[in-house]
Design a protein. Structure first.
Length: 146
């Protein structure tokens, strides 16, 4: 259990360092949100397609098991989604996204794109999975743009 905990924590650190932290260099709002999604897609394509995604695999593995590992993973994913939600809210406040945008809905849709990408890239080994995910994101974003 201690090793599993360490793996979850390390995955979280690397995920934030590779996806979120560099995106903070972009201006608040849509530029930052787009950079987060772009980096997330690249990470899934380059890292998680080869090594797996702890957030996705762990969620499926631990969804029906209470305990400290599930709690830790839940906290990591909840923290990540909260950061993503704040970024969406900043894009709404900046006028980049429609004022009636449901931030929770958009976060769920972005997460769904990432989960599908993990499946397509890792399990199906679809060589164009990342490209398709990027196009899905662009089409989704078009419905939210102000």
């Amino acid at each position: 259990e201690a090793l599993q905990k360490a793996v979850i924590e390390e995955f979280g650190r690397r995920f934030i360092a590779e996806v979120f932290v560099p995106a903070m260099q972009q201006p608040k709002g849509l530029p930052r949100l787009e950079e987060i999604v772009r980096r997330w897609i690249i990470r899934v394509r380059d890292v998680e397609a080869q090594q797996g995604c702890i957030y996705t695999a762990g969620a499926f593995e631990l969804d029906d098991r209470d305990g400290p590992l599930r709690d830790l993973l839940h906290d990591e994913i909840t923290r990540w989604r909260a950061a993503l939600r704040r970024t969406v809210l900043q894009a709404i406040e900046a006028g980049h996204l429609k004022p009636d945008t449901d931030a929770e809905q958009l976060v769920a849709e972005i997460s769904a794109i990432a989960m599908a990408l993990v499946d397509d890239a890792r399990f199906l080994r679809e060589p164009r999975a990342a490209e398709r995910s990027q196009r899905t994101w662009e089409r989704l974003l078009a419905t939210y743009r102000n």
